[in-house]
Design a protein around this ligand. Structure first.
Ligand SMILES: [Zn+2]
Length: 85
């Protein structure tokens, strides 16, 4: 799984918060704790399968709601920018 490093952590450790550059060595990267980030899930609003329903479902988790007012699924957090296939 991919790991991420916060930019602020790099600045803090290796640029001394803007007060001078400290040399960064490749092995230092393992010392920096991985940032707690979740990968972005992309989804789209799909027909929820209920005839006549005004609601839409999340393509990723199936959560049903009045979807078009949301850019993200309120249930799973998927970003609703996936192209229709
Ligand atoms: Zn969802």
């Amino acid at each position: 799984m991919a790991e991420y490093i916060e930019k602020s952590e790099i600045y803090r450790r290796y640029f001394n918060n803007g007060c001078g550059v400290v040399r960064l060595h490749v092995s230092d990267i393992d010392v920096i704790p991985a940032a707690d980030v979740a990968p972005v899930v992309h989804g789209r609003w799909i027909d929820n399968g209920i005839p006549g329903s005004m609601l839409s479902g999340c393509s990723e988790c199936g959560f049903t709601c009045g979807a078009y007012s949301f850019k993200y699924c309120p249930n799973c957090g998927a970003k609703m920018d996936k192209e229709e296939v």
